[in-house]
Design a protein around this ligand. Sequence first.
Ligand SMILES: Nc1ncnc2c1ncn2[C@@H]1O[C@H](COP(=O)(O)OP(=O)(O)OP(=O)(O)O)[C@@H](O)[C@H]1O
Ligand SMILES: [Mg+2]
Length: 201
Amino acid sequence: MYILGLTGSIAMGKSTVLGMFRDCGLPVFDADEEVRTLLRESAHLKRLLQGPFAKAFDGKEINRARLADLAFENEKKLRQLENTIHPIVMKHMHRFIEHHRKKKAPLIVLDIPLLFETGAADVCNGTVVVSAPEEMQKKRALQRPNITGERLAMILGRQLPDQEKRSRADFILSTGTSLEQTKRAVEALVKHLKKRPKRSG
Ligand SMILES: Nc1ncnc2c1ncn2[C@@H]1O[C@H](COP(=O)(O)OP(=O)(O)OP(=O)(O)O)[C@@H](O)[C@H]1O
Ligand SMILES: [Mg+2]
């Protein structure tokens, strides 16, 4: 089974491209979606957050916007939140990998925003980075609700620069082009990876 790690800086198009891989019929793991599910459903995670992020709770429910406000107050809080969530997401990712390994899937895709920064790339057989010109990225990011220029700077400051990601990745998909062009590039990459000679493991 070939594990393809998909990454890219904020708003570069990871989720959009992951959807394209899904449309090609591949099993995909979406780390951000996993976080959203955990925040909604995991009693374990809620217990861990109850102390340090008490103000984010409405009774038993976590208000995500408020949690983000608290986390973005300072670097320490943000790191604390990430360090709490990250190991749980990694556990679920490994479960996903093992599930598909047993099912003998030839190719799976993991969308991990901090793929290189957290070392998650080590479990992948190859990596692909989505990348668009910086101005386009900023424009896309600032269109999101809850994103200010200050917050964007904080997020970008904690990610490897786009250039560095591109130099580390095995493949680069341009998302500065039309969606159709990106889709064709995704299909070509899938075809290429499926043609690889079979290896054990
Ligand atoms: N060729 C393209 N490929 C990918 N996305 C594109 C392209 N052209 C335009 N877009 C738009 O760019 C935006 C990318 O947003 P998306 O949520 O996919 O990024 P992301 O990297 O997952 O963001 P985040 O870091 O917040 O998770 C979408 O609105 C998408 O429609
Ligand atoms: Mg995304």
